[in-house]
Design a binder for this molecule. Structure first.
Ligand SMILES: [Zn+2]
Length: 428
């Protein structure tokens, strides 16, 4: 089949092509199933988090999300190779009607080297056919230790201090895919002891920790975050991980739980630590209840680590410094600039080699800002009116190291590049 186009240096494209030319498989459905299995295996081995099948007029583009970024793997003729159809069957989707497409979601299990990997499958009816996205959920993988995620020593000490409190609310914020769930699960792993009842409500569950009861929310069955949390509260919990607070009802239940002797860890969608407080206040929670329950707020992102085999020395780029001067938050850019100028840092840039798939990067690390809630902030939060400027000032006074500065610190250590810092910090 000549219209298979490999994208870059992928062993997948070569194996795909070889399978098509060597295997004398007459039945296209059997062939498609074999190819689908091969794609899943490659995705797992490459450490992809998601697999995308994008339908075009004649072809399908296959992409993997690796280290947070989508990367083309290959393009194949969609009509002669119904791989998407084979995966729809695996996910238990109903046979597709000729005209009326409907979105579907499902799951299936895939066994690789005797180990089970779950795939959460979502289909979306585009005008050119089903777009299929598969999320890999390896529930047998062990959570890394909190100390290995990339938090600085002072941040780790603060996280430990906050999460050793018997009750209260600790929130982590950041974009989808910024590693919030991993951080929270790692914290649970560290807190876990036989005398504690630890329960979670997640969407999706990504880790299964010993001595932790994990639950998956299911909106269709009416088991959302607010309802699930009420169920957990009848289960005599000590520590609760609530996947997300996104509405007033969940926020209120979470705060009440935190004020009645439970340690509650959760996430809120907001661009910064101060943004989390602002967002929670916008959910109409009682300001003094929020102020008395909140222990700390952290905002995090993941930056790609430079490939140690090929990164090159490079001083801070003048364009980057110019960009920093236009950062909207003057206090943050001032601190960042002085950091860049002070340090005779080991700044490096990405190059690309076979070891990193020519991307110049391999693996990721956390960059974050952690805001412990002290008395000054508590009094600002308990005010009726939400003043984000006042919140920012109070956060600054508390000595919070802004996320940008933490990221620049990592660039100065040669762990990541300034390009990557700029890409990730500008996301919000
Ligand atoms: Zn490399």
């Amino acid at each position: 089949m000549s219209d298979i186009q490999p994208a870059g240096n992928t062993g997948l494209a070569a194996e795909f092509q070889a399978m098509l030319s060597n295997v004398r498989e007459r039945d296209v459905n059997t062939m498609s199933l074999k190819l689908a299995n091969m794609i899943l295996r490659h995705a797992i081995l490459l450490g992809a988090s998601d697999i995308h099948f994008d339908p075009k007029h004649e072809t399908t583009i296959l992409r993997f999300r690796i280290d947070g970024l989508l990367k083309d793997q290959l393009t194949y003729p969609k009509n002669t190779l119904p791989i998407v159809a084979a995966l729809r069957v695996a996910a238990g989707f109903p046979p597709k009607a000729a005209v009326a497409y409907t979105p579907e979601d499902g799951r299936f299990e895939f066994i690789i080297d005797g180990r089970s990997v779950q795939f959460r499958v979502s289909s979306f009816p585009s005008i050119l056919g089903d777009k299929l996205v598969l999320r890999l959920l390896d529930l047998h993988k062990t959570a890394p230790s909190l100390g290995h995620l990339g938090f600085s020593a002072p941040q780790l000490a603060q996280i430990n201090k906050i999460t050793r409190q018997p009750s209260g609310l600790f929130i982590v914020s950041g974009m989808t895919g910024c590693g919030k769930s991993t951080t929270l699960n790692c914290i649970l792993g560290e807190l876990s002891r036989p005398e504690l009842n630890i329960m979670t409500l997640e969407d999706p569950v990504e880790y299964v920790l010993p001595r932790v009861t994990h639950a998956q929310i299911n909106y269709r069955a009416g088991f959302g975050f607010a309802e699930g949390l009420r169920c957990i509260l009848r289960q005599d919990p000590n520590i609760i991980l609530l996947g997300e607070i996104r509405d007033a009802e969940t926020a209120e239940t979470a705060i009440r739980a935190a004020l009645t002797g439970h340690l509650l860890l959760s996430t809120v969608h907001a661009p910064s630590s101060v943004g989390v407080i602002h967002r929670l206040k916008c959910m109409n929670v009682e300001p003094f209840l929020l102020a008395s329950s909140l222990l700390g707020v952290m905002s995090q992102r993941l930056v790609r680590l430079l490939c140690p085999a090929c990164s090159e020395a490079a001083g801070p780029d003048p364009d980057f410094i110019k960009g920093l001067e236009t950062v909207r938050d003057p206090a943050q850019s001032h601190r960042a600039l002085s950091l860049l100028k002070q340090q005779g840092g080991n700044f490096r840039k990405a190059k690309g080699c076979p070891a990193c798939g020519m991307t110049g990067y391999k693996g990721r690390t956390v960059v974050s800002e952690l805001l412990p809630i002290g008395d000054t902030l508590r009094s600002v939060i308990s005010g009726k009116e939400t003043d984000i400027v006042e919140l920012k000032k109070a956060a600054e006074k508390s000595g919070m190291q802004p996320l940008l500065c933490d990221a620049l610190d990592k660039a100065a250590q040669g762990l990541t590049s300034l390009e990557e810092v700029s890409r990730v910090v500008s996301e919000s």
